[in-house]
Design a protein around this ligand. Sequence first.
Ligand SMILES: [Zn+2]
Length: 67
Amino acid sequence: MNRRKCFKCSNPGLHQWRICSDGPWRWVCAECDIALNYIAARWAYGPDKAAKLLDKYKRRQREDQTT
Ligand SMILES: [Zn+2]
């Protein structure tokens, strides 16, 4: 697997997302991953809970990167 590039901003890809289950998996960088997660969480839980979930998620990302 090469060309792991964020499909939105071309930063190095970190995670894969599948938009609307419509096709191949796309790479997203850490920042865009968080943005996408926020949009999804806000849609599902509302802005207050989304902010809390994202805090937790960001903390977990940082821990992943240090291991
Ligand atoms: Zn990106």
